[in-house]
Design a protein around this ligand. Structure first.
Ligand code: 5CA
Length: 439
């Protein structure tokens, strides 16, 4: 994308309404704009980040054997009456009427809908186990939407659902999803820790929150430093092996980790390497047995011909919240520092003298070779303003092209995360960035 003709409205001033770093930086870097309280438009750069996160979530769900589908945002009130949650959900639910005065709602989550869809089509225990997910907008009329996309009213969630024959099988699905989550967060450049949690309005008796550390987190968290040492993507654990899943779950639950509500000072005293800080909840998983299947009369023909009621779980990741959470975990005074895996563009090309033949030619060449994966700052601005915007927007690599070095066929490459700079040829720079040479 050429910055001169892009809707990336960066701001020099700090917006007064933003209280935390990620909210300030998301507005200043031109990622989002609020269109109504707690509702945001995702501008091109922000949308690219949201898509990149969604894609990593999707790949890890697919790898764990979870089927992707798409359910609508608008649901019928009658569906929610079958589980008893229509009245129980309270004022957080956005309720609507259509022209025939039928009661509808904007979905805050999808347990009822998936149970109903499953009930219509699945008849036998032989079709179990199954896991399904979608990535869809949700609406919750939060009393206090705040911190930008971190607690919005409209937000993007990956929600997944599992159906199993009995408790033992459901626990395997739960562990499989936990492994998929740890891999996902690692690929997003985050250190996430699963913590035993209350299950709130979703219900159920086995539940974990996935918390990442950031000074502005909403709750105080306590954990064993052992969590920082694990590598979940190395192949040490396979989704396909129940033994691996058991070993993985033992590792996750064997070391101490708790939020304020569940903190146990006696057990904490025995932890050798203590870590404490503020945490942001980026995901939450629940096993709730037959709560919805029973209420909604989902029953299948069992192995001995008698009806069985499937055991279910649900699994959420706050995709839009993750954009804010990643920034909270990765920024400095100058701006965002995107992990390579979610950056809107892998690199920015800074043309320090637009109109200079050597600069323009070198920049155009690099831009073409990136085939859409680089942002080209071709604005006729001062070099200082371009440097400041590049740091603010947090591109992992800055390719700096000035008239003197361009004439000699060289550029300067800066790594945003370390500030390290080096003089390189175009080919050497692109090789370092990891771009496949296209010319
Ligand atoms: N049905 C279950 C799992 S699919 C569920 O809704 N769980 S949840 O309520 O915990 O939400 C899942 C995730 O969505 C949370 O961990 C959080 O990361 C994100 N989330 C929840 N509320 C908001 C909100 N108001 N703004 C942004 N993200 C949110």
């Amino acid at each position: 994308m050429r910055l001169s003709r892009s809707l990336v409205p960066t701001l020099k001033e700090t917006p007064a309404e933003a209280q935390i770093a990620s909210h300030r930086l998301m507005l200043r870097a031109g990622l989002v704009r609020q269109t109504a309280a707690g509702i945001y438009a995702w501008l091109p750069a922000g949308w690219r980040v949201l898509r990149a996160i969604g894609q990593i979530v999707r790949e890890e769900q697919d790898a764990a054997g979870v089927q992707e589908m798409l359910m609508p945002t608008i649901q019928s009130a009658d569906l929610w009456r079958t589980s008893g949650r229509y009245d129980a959900y309270g004022p957080e639910m956005l309720r609507l009427h259509d022209r025939h005065e039928r009661e509808l709602l904007y979905g805050p989550t999808n347990e009822e809908m998936i149970t109903d869809l499953f009930r219509q089509s699945v008849k036998s225990y032989r079709e179990l186990p199954q896991m399904l997910y979608h990535i869809q907008w949700k609406f919750r009329d939060e009393v206090r939407p705040r911190f930008g996309v971190m607690r919005g009213r409209e937000f993007l969630m990956k929600d997944g659902y599992s159906f199993d024959l009995d408790y033992e099988a459901a626990v395997i699905s739960y562990r499989r999803m936990m492994l998929a989550y740890m891999r996902t967060f690692q690929r997003l450049g985050l250190k996430a820790i699963p913590m035993a949690a209350d299950s709130g309005p979703i219900g159920g008796d086995l539940s974990h929150e996935f918390v990442i550390l950031a000074p502005t987190g909403e709750s105080q968290v306590f954990y064993d430093a052992a969590f920082e040492k694990n590598d979940y993507t190395s192949g040490a654990f396979s989704h396909a092996s129940t033994d691996d899943l058991e070993r993985f779950f033992a590792l996750m639950t064997g070391s101490y980790a708790a939020t304020e509500e569940k903190h146990d000072t006696t057990r904490w005293a025995d932890v050798l390497e203590k870590r404490e800080g503020r945490g942001i909840e980026v995901g939450h998983i629940f096993y709730f047995g037959t709560k919805y299947s029973e209420a909604m009369a989902l029953s299948l023909a069992g192995p001995d011909g008698r009806p069985v009621v499937p055991h279910m779980g649900s699994y959420g990741i706050g995709i839009s919240r993750l954009v804010g959470a990643i920034i909270e975990a990765s920024h400095d005074d100058a701006g965002i520092i995107w992990p390579d895996s979610v950056a809107p563009w892998r690199a920015v090309i800074l043309n320090l003298k637009v109109g200079d033949t050597a600069c323009d030619a070198m920049c155009e060449d690099i831009y073409a070779r990136f085939a859409g994966q680089a942002l080209y700052d071709d604005r006729a601005d001062r070099a200082g303003a371009k440097f400041a915007d590049a740091d603010l927007m947090g591109h992992p690599w800055q390719i700096v092209v000035g008239p003197r070095s361009a004439a000699a066929g060289m550029l300067e490459l800066k790594r945003r995360a370390t500030g390290e700079r080096q003089e390189l040829s175009v080919d050497a720079a692109l090789a370092l960035i990891g771009l496949r040479a296209t010319s």
